[in-house]
Design a protein around this ligand. Structure first.
Ligand SMILES: C[S@@+](CC[C@H](N)C(=O)[O-])C[C@H]1O[C@@H](n2cnc3c(N)ncnc32)[C@H](O)[C@@H]1O
Length: 274
């Protein structure tokens, strides 16, 4: 089978995916061990029998809903190649907004904490931009911690510590910036039955109190771990901006602000410690 024919077959087979051609390209490039540009450059090249079998197997798994990132074991975030697995969230493009805003609040040698670091996406993106910052990422899941450590080590960042902690439980230090993309989805949200989230752990997605319990807990504790004037930033659901603002206000934060994502939905709310 030729590369162009394989892509036509796969796009047709993936009728239920919103991104059928892109999925097919990423998976075929993965099978061939090449960049996707190779597929456009050499459409007439033949797949070996083994490559054809492997590609068909991946397309079948994708038809059954498995996320492309789980099939390739990798996802790019902030132009950093990150390993992913089913212990935590697959990093989403919208989370880059949180990184962009955190960067505007950071000095070159800031002490930065990422709560619920998962793959390490947020803290590694920040560390890539701020090589003199002192960066820490923590997660409750031991498996996620191992994954984030692997990602840090393969990127060779030497300014990032990663360890296990139930939110602030094992954290002694004080920080200029605390960022978090915590679980914020309500357990009854219909979106939990759709798309990639079906294959991601509920521990990375769901929180009590209509999805706000972890955000509330972090707000209550963050004041003990932020330096004076320090900034706390959350990613949250598109309908949670006003609620997160209220929680920050109740906990004494000032200069509170909500920012929108690329689709103009409320996505990040931040506040400063007086
Ligand atoms: C929405 S995911 C975000 C992952 C990553 N920061 C990202 O943006 O791609 C939330 C993360 O919080 C972690 N988490 C959940 N409860 C936690 C807790 N009590 N303490 C620390 N981390 C927790 C989960 O294991 C998961 O990795």
């Amino acid at each position: 089978m030729r590369i162009d024919d394989a892509l036509i077959w796969a796009e047709y087979t993936l009728v239920n995916s919103d991104s059928a051609l892109l999925d097919a390209q990423v998976l075929l490039a993965f099978v061939l061990g090449k960049e996707t540009i190779y597929l456009m450059t050499w459409p007439e090249r033949d797949l070996s029998a083994q490559q054809k079998l492997q590609f068909e197997d991946l397309i079948e798994k994708r038809v059954n809903g498995q996320p492309v990132a789980h099939l390739t074991g990798e996802r790019e975030f902030w132009s950093l190649p990150l390993k992913v697995n089913n212990s935590t969230l697959i990093p989403r493009p919208d989370t880059e907004i949180l990184v962009e805003i955190a960067l505007t609040k950071s000095t070159v040698n800031a002490h930065i904490l990422d709560l619920g670091t998962g793959t390490g996406a947020i803290i590694l993106a920040l560390a890539s931009e701020l090589p003199n910052a002192v960066c820490t990422g923590v997660d409750f899941s031991e498996e996620a911690v191992q994954l984030a450590i692997e990602n840090r080590d393969s990127l060779q960042f030497n300014n990032v510590s990663i360890y296990q902690s139930n939110w602030f439980e094992n954290i002694q230090d004080q920080f200029d910036i605390i960022v978090s993309n915590p679980p914020y989805i309500d357990a009854n949200d219909v979106h939990l039955k759709q798309g990639d989230v079906r294959f991601e752990p509920l521990s990375a997605l769901v929180a009590n109190e209509q999805g706000l319990s972890d955000i509330r807990h972090i707000c209550e504790q963050a004041k003990h771990h932020l330096k004076e004037g320090g900034c706390l930033l959350f990613e949250h659901g598109f309908e949670q901006g006003a609620l997160v603002q209220a929680i920050l206000r109740e906990n004494g934060f000032i200069n509170i602000k909500t920012e929108q994502d690329y689709a103009k939905n409320d996505r990040v709310t931040l506040g400063h410690l007086a």
